[in-house]
Design a protein around this ligand. Structure first.
Ligand code: X8Z
Ligand code: ZN
Length: 604
């Protein structure tokens, strides 16, 4: 259920549990600045305790999925919803009042919350949320031919490693066949969520989500489209190149010459990152390039060691070692004997030092990056823990998602050599290969990260009804990603629900923003470190000057509007695709050249 994990919707506001503070704020007479301040103080004091209880309930609910833990998580979710809704309403009393900047900001943040005044609706909302989280975590594909049932992790391995289109399609369809079981629940949840958003004066939940970026919701939607148009040409070049290579691999019957490409061929369940098909896409003539997964596997790198590598990066920047409780309380490997939500997440349990991650770590290059991503959240928690409760969050949710990825951009061959994970010298001619590998995650994800909420905004706005969930999901994916469903639409299907963030109701625009922001941060930190070479070769490992700059931003939490925080670290006050385009410029030129040659060869 709702936790203070940063990747959950409007975490802070929804969490704000308050009762006495709310009733005091409704006192008679003209509101005053002093009263607003008192109200906020009381509110924040209460959160400290209430947040811990609910975070623990959520933690247990996701780590041991049973009917009881689901009920406990739902119970606390309901309490939170009640309390945060009341606090949000109470905060309205002070709107329009002249207040110190910090208080005004806190009151604004408080109002980014759902409010369901009907207790039954509140209970239903919380129960649906907990049930959806559990249903996703428990889902398994049990093939009709009697093979053993496969959880998501195993199906993902098939998608990553098999080159047999029939097997790929079986794993893909097997997973996507699980979500219809919770489609009705999701549709009911959307209705309730919208009611809650409307009680707070938002048009719908999507509009509330878009209001969390220090600008009006319409302006935010326009920003997303502007940014997408900025980076689209690079995606198109990568997609065209991928088509040539996939056709060569699978043949013209499987991969069409034009139009969308079947989604099961990209090495990933949602075709959101394409790293796993690098062996198919690698530049002709590129040697057997360095394979980090192979090294990690051969060395039997444990989940703890993987985490220590990531910790080592952050401490090299001058940050503290992880607290002992992190190691005692985190879940780093998939338990054999019970269901857990394996989707990686980071948890600020008490707003102070009790920080944890929950991740089923495997010794692969992909998880090596994901663990740096998760520790980015954890270090953000640790750095802003001295902020007032209401400011303990990312500048916006895209910032929270970008920190670990910024650090992971510094995992260069040079860095791997330095820490002994790579024994050979980095190949000076391997630049394009390295850039291509990076693009397979960072460029490939852009239209996916945009389309998830493009779809969801319409669902929340009522423009897409449950009967059309799949129709519009695939229209959106075809339009932006240029991929298609590998099989005809199923009656009453729910393909969007096969993605964690839809089932768990976590907004997704944050990953789109993060994908751009991380290159802005990387460029700024490399400059801070005095680096002047090509961006893709820069690693800030061991550079305390860059570390200080990063830390200063992390420590601000969400105390200032995000453009100010962006300016402080990068000198820019807009999120922009320019740094990403600069990073990949040599690859773009190479892709366009390849595409010309490959197209000519196809004709000839
Ligand atoms: O969900 C995540 C993180 C946890 S916040 C592992 N990510 C998105 C996804 O997996 O879909 C990271 C990038 C995109
Ligand atoms: Zn994350």
């Amino acid at each position: 259920m709702q936790t203070i994990t940063p990747y959950k919707p409007l975490a802070l506001a929804v969490l704000l549990a308050l009762s006495a503070g709310a009733s005091q704020a409704q006192s008679k007479g003209k509101p005053t600045a002093a009263e607003a301040h008192r109200f906020l103080e009381q509110t924040e004091a209460k959160f400290d305790k209430l947040n811990v209880d609910s975070a623990r309930a959520d933690w247990v609910g996701s780590n041991f999925i049973t009917d009881d833990t689901e009920a406990i998580a739902a119970y606390f979710g309901e309490l939170q919803l009640d309390a945060s809704g009341k606090a949000a309403l109470a905060a309205r009393r002070f709107n329009g009042l002249k207040l110190p900047e910090a208080d005004a900001r806190k009151l604004k943040l408080l109002q980014l919350s759902l409010m369901l005044s009907d207790p039954k609706e509140r209970a239903d909302y919380a129960a649906a949320r907990a049930a959806l989280n559990g249903a996703y975590g428990k889902a398994k594909y049990c093939p009709p031919d009697g093979r053993t049932c496969m959880p998501l992790g195993e199906l993902e391995k098939v998608l990553a490693n098999s080159r047999d289109p029939a097997r790929l399609q079986d794993a893909w369809s097997g997973w996507h066949a699980q979500a219809p079981a919770y489609k009705q629940r999701y549709a009911d949840f959307v209705t309730l969520s919208n009611k809650g958003a409307r009680e707070m004066g938002y048009a719908d939940t999507g509009a509330m989500w878009r209001s969390a970026y220090d600008m009006p919701p319409g302006a935010f939607a326009a920003e997303m489209e502007r940014l997408w148009q900025q980076v689209k040409p690079l995606y198109d070049s990568l997609h065209t190149y991928a088509r040539h290579k996939l056709r060569a691999q699978y043949g013209a019957d499987v991969v069409p010459a034009t139009g969308p490409i079947p989604a099961h061929l990209f090495g990933n369940m949602w075709s959101q990152t394409w790293d796993n098909i690098y062996p198919i896409l690698k530049p002709a003539g590129a040697g057997s390039s360095f394979d980090l997964s192979k090294v990690l596997e051969e060395r039997k790198t444990s989940a703890k060691q993987m985490t220590e590598y990531a910790e080592g990066f952050y401490t090299s920047l001058g940050m503290q070692k992880l607290p002992a409780t992190f190691w005692e309380r985190s879940l780093l490997t998939k338990p054999r004997d019970r269901d857990v939500v394996c989707h990686a997440s980071a948890w600020p349990i008490d707003g102070k030092d009790d920080v944890r991650i929950k991740m089923c770590i495997n010794p692969t290059a992909e998880d090596f990056t994901v663990i740096h991503h998760e520790l980015g959240h954890v270090y953000y928690f640790l750095e802003y823990k001295d902020q007032p409760v209401l400011f303990r969050n990312g500048a916006n949710d895209g910032f929270h998602e970008a920190i670990g990825d910024t650090v992971a951009l510094s995992i260069t061959p040079g860095y791997l050599k330095k820490i002994g994970l790579m024994t050979e010298d980095p190949d000076p001619k391997g630049d394009i290969a390295e850039l291509l590998k990076r693009a397979l995650s960072k460029v490939a994800i852009l239209p996916f990260a945009y389309s998830v909420d493009k779809w969801r905004w319409d669902v929340y706005a009522g423009k897409t009804q449950p009967a059309d969930y799949d129709k519009t999901w695939w229209q959106t994916r075809e339009q932006y990603m240029n991929v298609k469903r590998p099989a005809p639409l199923q009656a009453n299907g729910f393909d969007a629900g096969a993605k964690y963030h839809v089932a768990a109701d976590v907004p997704y625009a944050r990953y789109f923003l993060a994908d751009l922001l991380q290159f802005q941060f990387h460029r700024a930190l490399c400059r801070e470190a005095g680096y002047t070479g090509p961006l893709h070769q820069c690693s800030i490992y061991g550079n305390e000057k860059a570390g200080k700059k990063l830390q200063a931003m992390l420590q601000m939490g969400t105390s200032k509007p995000w453009p100010e925080e962006l300016k402080a670290i990068s000198g820019e006050d807009r999120i922009d695709g320019n740094a990403l385009l600069e990073y990949f410029a040599p690859l773009k030129a190479w892709l366009d050249e390849q595409n010309k040659v490959l197209a000519a060869a196809q004709k000839g």
